[in-house]
Design a protein around this ligand. Sequence first.
Ligand code: SF4
Length: 529
Amino acid sequence: MSNNENDDLLNDTSNLLSQEIPAGVDRRTFLMRSAVVGATAVMTGRVVSAQERNERSTADPPLAQDLNVVKKSKGPVLTTVDEFYKVGPGPSSSHTIGPMRITYDFYQRATKLPADKLAKATAMKVHLFGSLSATGKGHGTERAALAGLVGKEPATVDPAFLDSLRDKPDQVFPMKLGTASFDVSLKDVIYDATKGDFKHPNTMTVKLMAGNDVLLEQEYYSVGGGFIEWKGYTPPKKNAPKYPFATMKELRAHADNNKISIAKVILANEMSIMGRTQEEVYAFVDKIINAMTATVRSGLKMPENDVLPGPIKLHSKAATVYKRAMDDSYQSDRGIGALSAYALAASEENGRGHLVITAPTGGSAGVMPALVYGLIENRKVPLEKVRDGMLAAAAVGYLCKHHATLSAAEGGCQAEIGVASSMAAALVATAYDAESRVVENAAESALEHHLGMTCDPVAGYVQVPCIERCAFGAVKAWTAYAIASNEIASRHRVDFDATVQALAQTAKDMNSKYKETSEAGLALSVVLC
Ligand code: SF4
């Protein structure tokens, strides 16, 4: 320790005391971490300023508090199925569907500029920041962003168009805005700073330029599951739900008090919030069910020697696993093998950048389709039961979004595969007419056993561990249903709301290296040669 009196840390403690708890950090965590850093300073004799202590105590940059996605615990759930289940190109809803929606939105805004301003336009520039920049290359974010700029929408884009951008990256596309015309290409999508003071880890800016002058600029955030926000975003106005709920406890109370299922509560809310008929809600859900079965079917058809795009050179294995599982002499092994193969099939489709369904995200897009396919194709469960299952699963996803996160960049893989598995458990329980308590218990159990799971995709590609992880998420969902439907439901000790809280807290505490940055875990330990 220093003998100089001026260096004595305990001489003047004013600089050691932090004045206030920074935004976005809970008091207890901050005080504990701050105390540890302070104690270390005293023991080692190293001066640590209050500012440095603040920085170290908030290891992860906090999300901006004015993001709508952060103001999640206020008011009833107002998310609807058409916002939640989105069809779009893989491999990551926040890195492909979100950015494509963002640049499409920007193009629409640009078209509304006055004609004299538009006439000066010479270029459009997209800047990717944070996680979008760190792992965007592996996700094809630049291709998705360019596709949105040239007017493609996620649900209808031909995956062959995105493949062609990968195979021929020098293509240029003419853009017409009013009387101005200029070319856009992948060179206009810039991988910018990976670290900085961003409102959200998935931040982008899009600019319309006139030479070096900016005619229009908008900052956007791809906040998970294909949802987007922008600076100054206000959520669209919606009607009040028939059965307002902000927790599973409230949701179940509506179901139990009205002697209806969780699915019927959600159906009534969908109708009241958006002013839709039952037929319209069901038509949308059926479209999603069909898209989910189609993605499993097309994944199973891929030949065994197919290699997924990217440096990992990962071979497809869904078809092989399925065929070999069918040869197994034990029926239970055939079931687990087939379910895993369905999840691998849909997830490999995601890895190819083909169309998938966010449930809740692209990375987790193998989980729900595996169960939907299994229920329909193997168990021959009637469509209306699967429909109800989809609505109950959506409720589970809504609550996780409302109180925690669906974004790996915010919460690691527990927020993707964990939520997907929880949704899938609710789907199966509902499809088998389980009472609301069993639906909750199944969803809780599946989520609980994914808590803490980090996101560390190798080389930034949503393949390893993501593809197999979908299979595990699907099997865990089935396990959760098996336990929930066979235990004494009232003795299930942990309620869903407590586990969602744990999800949110774990997301906050998780080291930022494990949040879709490819800077740790498998992304470091797996060596590609
Ligand atoms: S590790 Fe999980 S969260 Fe991360 S990209 Fe893969 S599936 Fe998504």
